[in-house]
Design a protein around this ligand. Structure first.
Ligand SMILES: Cc1ncc(COP(=O)(O)O)c(C=O)c1O
Length: 372
């Protein structure tokens, strides 16, 4: 019996979700966003499952290096580009696409006199425009000038992809997204080249942002959450949106005992037994990445039967009200989230979002994969 908390990654779900994304993308190219270790599902594993994607999106150079070291030959886009001038040689050596979003990066590119800037395959660049999120990107009014400058630099691929990122695309009636699309279109009207605007919520709710006809050019969608079957819309699960959760987190019961009415459970004795009742202890806690903020009442499945966490989540253990599962025994499987228990439900009890939970698994969790 393995006591270890287990994250089972469902490769079939990843593949089918990618196919669903492609279908909805209506001819636009699909970037599978695999940053943060594939949203906690495992970078190399997710990349393998997404072999059909037109590109992979990672946050930083190190992830690109990891993928290339694992033998990955897909197109890889580093979404925050180089962090220092010296990174450029690595981008070229590893054949990674660089998102350029800041003057400092432009200056490094302009000053680059290295050997690698003269030979080898031209660097592929994605030019990021800040249309209203005010995180990364250039001011829309400077875009034509920057685009022209970039194209004139030696050993840069002239097919520069124009991109922006939405701040509130998950709110389908929020005018900010429409305004961002309008700002983007205005700033890029004179420019040729592919466009990349939509994230998962953009794919669901903002079709004009990846409509190839409207853009008169190649369009891309950059999709993370939906690939993993995670919800990108408040109040809905990934499954509600037609996507399959790609992670099941489970462990086992290591203790079951009767506790009498009026006794209190766990640290700080916060939860009082309303009657004599069975309390189970499962081998998982915040040391594994299960959220300490999960409130009493947070559901778990014990042998597939819904039960609830009571008391505080501790580092290695959670305590469970087993009144719904009176036959439960030591060794029985406890599911914390997965296709049968939406991670969005747990996120709501913990005051966070599903992405935060899947990204938070620690090294103590054993990762396995299946074809489900
Ligand atoms: C630039 C960029 N594009 C795309 C994505 C994917 O977003 P989502 O997981 O909501 O699809 C992200 C994620 O934050 C991002 O930073």
């Amino acid at each position: 019996m393995s006591r270890t908390a287990l994250a089972t990654i469902h490769l079939g779900a990843l593949r089918r979700n990618l196919a669903r994304v492609r279908e909805r993308a209506r001819g636009a190219k699909v970037m599978a966003v695999v940053k943060a270790d594939g949203y906690g599902h495992g970078l190399e594993r997710v990349a393998r499952a997404c072999a059909d994607a037109d590109a992979l999106g990672v946050a930083a150079l190190g992830d690109g290096l990891r993928l290339r070291s694992a033998g990955n030959r897909q197109r890889i886009v580093v979404l925050s580009g180089p962090d220092e001038a010296g990174d450029l040689a690595e981008f070229r050596r590893l054949q990674l696409d660089a998102v350029i979003h800041h003057e400092s990066q432009l200056a490094w590119l302009t000053a680059d006199r290295s050997e690698s800037s003269k030979i080898g395959r031209p660097l592929r660049v994605w030019l990021k425009i800040d249309t209203g999120m005010h995180r990364l990107g250039f001011d829309p009014q400077n875009i034509v000038e920057i685009y022209t400058k970039l194209q004139a630099l030696p050993n840069i691929d002239p097919d520069i992809v124009l991109m922006t990122h939405f701040a509130a695309s998950d709110e389908f009636d929020n005018g900010l997204t429409a305004a961002q699309i309008a700002r983007f279109d205005e700033a890029t009207a004179e420019l040729v080249g592919a466009r990349a605007l939509a994230n998962s919520a953009g794919l669901l709710g903002w079709p004009t942002s990846f409509d190839v006809e409207v853009a008169h050019a190649d369009a891309w969608v950059r999709v993370g959450g939906l690939l993993y079957g995670l919800s990108v819309v408040a109040g809905k699960s990934g499954a509600n949106l037609g996507f399959e959760p790609a992670m099941t987190l489970s462990t086992r019961l290591i203790s079951v005992k009767q506790v009498i009415k009026g006794e209190r459970i766990g640290y700080a004795a916060t939860w009082e037994c309303p009657e004599d009742m069975p309390i189970g202890v499962a081998a998982i806690g915040y040391g594994d990445g299960y959220p300490r903020s999960a409130q009493p009442g947070t559901p778990v499945l014990v042998n597939g039967v819904r039960a609830a966490i009571v008391g505080r989540v501790s580092m290695d253990l959670v305590t469970i009200d087993l009144r719904n599962a009176p036959a439960a025994q030591v060794g029985d499987r406890v599911t914390l989230w997965g296709p049968e228990l939406p991670v969005e439900t747990i996120a709501a009890y913990a005051g966070t979002i599903s992405y935060d939970l899947t990204c938070s698994m620690t090294r103590r969790v054993l990762f396995v994969e299946d074809e489900r």
